[in-house]
Design a protein around this ligand. Structure first.
Ligand code: V47
Length: 366
């Protein structure tokens, strides 16, 4: 039996030495992180991540009163893992007008929303002016909220269709009210995997370069990694390593979000991560990404129960109310589509953490 199932309970000498380094808060090399991620006993590994989390954030678990708006599901990229996109004219294809978006926000009444999270497909029929009008209209409708909008993939699409630089696009979006970029579109950076997962999408290099440009302009951004499909631990560590290297240069990433792959209704057909992989990845993210302040347990993709456990493996953020999550749910996520503020706080408290409301860029409100 031991020949098949590795002994995850007693670390060997090499693993024990790297664990001691992690516990002492020393920077791990990619090779060391890989060894720990696959070989360290889970309780030791999560314990080290928990120590790092407590040192940075105590028992705080941040959350945000937010709304997700997906303004179009029409997309020319056809990523194999995505169940959200539709081809132009296909059944279920939908694009919101700016007036629709304002109406959806008005429908929330006087709820004190702090974050509007806006992402959509690459719909070639939407000009840059639509994006700028949308930002201005959201800003007018919700002056107290910050707008976190448009992935690097959308920024590249706008730059390419408009024939201008990404710097120009980001500048125009910022002038119209953009506060920060969300972390989507990173998937897994390894080119060979991208070829299988999302061959039409921008490269990992371009994704990183757009975030670097945003950071240089003073726009903070988040970062994601889609995990639990066809990637392995070496791919995951290489992805984290690219993020850490950029963060050493710019300091512009606010939060890292491991996105648990949801397997239904798409062309990829892989399985999705198990619970132990979720905990191992959370722990390695907290310990390896020593320069990115926040780590999100994104309940919409993880499910509430795994997200609560992730708070004990290094995560310090629980995202927000969301109201209607569409991307994960199109692919079969069995979490709720949204949570009320009391439900969100209760989930955090039941996990033994202290809920702290925050802004999109993680300024605490309570
Ligand atoms: O980029 C697509 C992913 C992302 C699937 O920055 C899938 O605060 C799982 O980036 N299974 C969009 N994931 C979501 C995202 C995000 C969410 C919440 C907060 C923030 C933030 C960012 O969703 C896409 C893609 O990587 N995705 N299909 C799927 N089947």
């Amino acid at each position: 039996m031991n020949a098949i199932i590795p002994d995850y309970v007693t670390p060997d000498a090499e693993t024990a030495a790297i664990l001691a380094k992690a516990r002492a808060g020393q920077r791990l090399t990619p090779d060391e992180a890989l060894i720990l991620a696959v070989a360290a006993p889970l309780h030791e590994w999560c314990g080290a991540a928990m120590t790092a989390r407590l040192a940075r954030h105590g028992r705080n678990a941040y959350y945000v009163h937010n709304v997700h708006i997906n303004f179009t599901n029409v997309c020319v990229n056809a990523c194999r893992f995505c169940a959200f996109f539709k081809a132009k004219g296909a059944a279920g294809a939908r694009t919101l007008s700016v007036a629709d978006i304002v109406a959806a926000l008005d429908a929330r009444g006087d709820a004190p929303i702090r974050e509007i999270h806006v992402v959509g497909g690459l719909n070639p029929e939407l000009p840059l002016e639509y994006y700028l009008d949308m930002l201005r209209a959201i800003g007018q409708a919700r002056p107290d909220a910050g707008i976190k909008a448009f992935t690097a993939v959308e920024v590249a699409h706008l730059a390419d269709t408009r024939g201008v630089s990404e710097y120009d696009i980001l500048g125009a979006l910022a002038d119209a009210g953009l506060m920060m970029l969300p972390g989507g579109g990173a998937e897994v950076f390894a080119p060979a995997l991208r070829e299988k997962l999302c061959p039409e999408k921008i490269s990992g290099e371009r994704w990183l370069q757009i975030h670097a440009t945003a950071h240089g302009m003073g726009l903070p951004t988040n970062a994601t990694m889609l995990f639990g499909h066809i990637e392995n631990w070496a791919d995951r560590i290489a992805h984290l390593s690219a993020l850490r290297d950029l963060q050493d240069l710019t300091g512009g990433f606010t939060c890292f979000i491991p996105l648990a792959y949801q397997p239904a209704n798409n062309a990829l057909g892989a399985k999705g991560p198990d619970g132990v992989t979720v905990l191992r990845l959370m722990a390695v993210s907290r310990l390896f990404l020593d320069n990115i302040p926040h780590l999100k347990a994104y309940w919409a993709m993880l499910g509430i129960k795994a997200a609560q456990m992730a708070l004990w493996a290094g995560a310090d953020d629980f995202d927000g109310t969301i109201v209607e999550e569409r991307i994960g749910h199109a692919a079969g996520a069995d979490s709720p589509k949204g949570l009320t503020l009391p439900e969100l706080r209760q989930a955090i408290e039941a996990a033994g953490m202290v809920p702290v409301e925050r802004t999109p860029d993680f300024r605490p409100l309570t």
